[in-house]
Design a binder for this molecule. Structure first.
Ligand code: ATP
Ligand code: ATP
Ligand code: MG
Ligand code: MG
Length: 521
């Protein structure tokens, strides 16, 4: 397929780091603003068991979905996922691994919400940030786990005291004051003296967090001729609330990490492995989201071919909500099953930390997509979880952003024209390989000709949404003057608009405020 002249924007600017070989890959995700999320959903304090079980169910689905994930450890609104040392999952490409994990997790979280909270509506879309850290050997990976579990212990012990004090009538300030500077044993003492609580009797899910792994289980499959049982070892995804700091668990589950380290842990060191990548300054950033295995997804949900208008409108609605939530996104462009979001040059979202921007934007999109599905497809049950991958791109000038967008629009045109021909041929009785054969090597004008000759169809009369994709941006809808006491104030209202138009220079000249400056493109 001939490359368009815009294609250089991919070749020269895209980057996708490969993670170093022979390292365990850890993806740690953490709920965004879960302090607030837990409040508006009335989570019990300090620990809502249903919320924890929902997190565990999501982690279980993760291990069932991704075979190279060997272990997961979770506490509160965070979960760490461990890929085996030698994994070749997506050739160890960082943004692929990160985006698939956070997006799939979020999808399951939204889908399973009602199983754990049957009488609570999801009032806001949950979303997660995520990062990837590599650990080169058993010692550091074990130290990482110990670090998280010690953190769980410290936080939970503090929170248990804090909420007992608050529930007994103390103000939050007083409770903080009481706990300031106390050691672990002081807190245990306080619980015992004031509330007759033995901290060690608290549920293990609160004290130890949750581990998810595949356990080998012997099951009887049948009996032989003499009545002796024939067993088979099966691996069963298991959740356990146990100690992973000491050697015991690892000695009885040697297959998870293959070897067991014996040196004593120094888990303070592990934080040094966490490398933060920030987006380069003075660059416009694009997050491009793309549904995975959508061919299969569209088949299962019987989406119309070549274009399902409702599916496209759901993409647009999800994109609009993303842009309302992240005001730094100045423009969105989508077609098919992908969407690109352009962040303004000076964004300080997450202090420009790449993986946090990528994952929060992606999971917010995933969340609203899953949530709004039934609104758009009231008669179609969501049979398979949609999940998306995302990548991030940086361009130093608006001109190149415009070229990027033109490249995507050229791609929209190319694939849509091809698919329109392909499906017309298939619907007229050709089989799929025949249809591909007919279209092989044809130019754009040949395809228009084919549509016209065989099907009396003028390609240019096809709906603009299919041919041009969708542009999402803010537009000033009204300007009104409020009469005040001393002076009149002029107010503006900006609403999200979705338009199906060419992103040629004329469009940018008509909407100079999108890039917040007049520029020639
Ligand atoms: P950020 O977006 O920076 O992660 P956050 O509000 O999510 O901010 P965290 O440090 O991640 O802050 O803390 C998670 C918060 O979510 C805690 O304050 C805790 O109260 C709440 N939370 C998470 N899970 C539960 C749960 N199972 N039960 C009760 N509260 C929970
Ligand atoms: P990958 O996991 O590599 O992204 P994919 O199956 O998602 O694989 P794409 O190249 O993204 O591959 O192809 C998406 C497919 O989904 C297209 O072939 C098209 O048939 C279908 N599709 C996408 N959007 C729609 C839509 N709105 N309506 C109908 N079908 C669609
Ligand atoms: Mg959080
Ligand atoms: Mg957290």
């Amino acid at each position: 397929m001939a490359n368009s002249k815009y294609e250089y924007v991919k070749r020269e600017f895209e980057f996708d780091r490969s993670l170093p070989a022979s390292n365990w890959i850890v993806v740690r995700i953490d709920g965004c603003h879960f302090h607030r999320f837990s409040e508006i959903h009335d989570f019990e304090k300090p620990n809502d068991e249903s919320a924890l079980r929902l997190m565990n169910a999501c982690a279980t689905s993760m291990l069932e979905k991704f075979r190279d994930m060997v272990f997961a450890y979770g506490v509160s609104d965070e979960y760490s996922f461990f890929f085996r040392e030698g994994t070749e999952f997506y050739q160890r490409r960082e943004s692929k691994i990160l985006s698939l994990c956070v997006s799939f997790f979020t999808s399951v979280y939204v889908m399973k919400w009602k199983d754990f909270f049957p009488s609570k509506e999801l009032k806001e879309p949950p979303y997660f940030d995520g990062r990837v850290v590599c650990y080169p050997n058993l010692k550091t990976i074990r130290d990482y786990m110990a670090w998280r579990q010690v953190d769980c212990h410290t936080n939970n012990q503090y929170n248990t005291c804090f909420w007992m004090l608050v529930k007994s009538g103390r103000t939050e300030k007083e409770a903080q004051q009481t706990l300031k500077g106390t050691f672990s044993k002081d807190k245990n003492e306080l619980l015992l003296q004031q509330f007759q609580i033995n901290y060690d009797d608290e549920p293990a899910i609160f004290r130890k967090g949750s581990c998810v792994y595949r356990a080998k289980v012997e099951t009887k499959v049948k009996s032989d001729d003499h009545g002796n049982p024939i067993t088979r070892t099966q691996s069963v995804t298991t959740v356990a609330n146990i100690d992973i700091i000491g050697p015991q668990f690892w000695e009885t589950h040697q297959d998870i990490l293959h070897e067991v380290g014996t040196e004593k842990c120094k888990y303070e060191l592990v934080k040094k492995f966490d490398t933060i990548h920030r987006l380069p300054r003075c660059n416009w950033t694009i997050v491009r989201i793309n549904a995975c295995q959508f061919d299969q997804f569209s088949l299962i949900h019987t989406l119309d071919k070549p274009n399902d208008e409702t599916a496209l409108r759901l993409m647009n609605a999800s994109a609009s909500l993303v842009m309302e939530w992240f005001p730094d996104i100045i423009f969105g462009y989508g077609f098919n099953n992908e969407y690109s979001f352009v962040f303004q040059e000076k964004t300080e979202l997450y202090q420009r930390q790449e993986s946090l921007i990528l994952s929060s934007c992606l999971t917010y999109f995933t969340s609203v997509y899953v949530t709004m599905w039934k609104e758009f497809f009231p008669k179609k049950e969501l049979l398979q979880l949609p999940h998306f991958e995302a990548e991030i791109l940086c361009y130093p000038k608006p001109k190149i952003i415009c070229d990027y967008l033109s490249w995507r629009q050229a791609e929209c045109h190319r694939t849509n024209q091809y698919n329109t021909c392909f499906w017309m041929l298939v619907k007229s009785g050709k089989d799929k390989s025949e249809a591909h054969e007919i279209l092989k090597g044809t130019l754009s004008k040949d395809k228009n000709e084919l549509l016209f000759q065989r099907f009396q169809m003028n390609y240019n009369n096809e709906p603009a949404m299919f041919r041009k994709g969708s542009c999402a941006y803010r537009q000033k809808v009204e300007e009104f003057t409020k009469v005040g006491d001393s002076e009149n104030v002029t107010r503006e209202r900006w609403d999200m608009t979705v338009a199906h138009v060419d992103m040629k220079p004329g469009f940018w000249r008509k909407h100079p405020y999108i890039f917040n400056q007049c520029h020639s493109v």
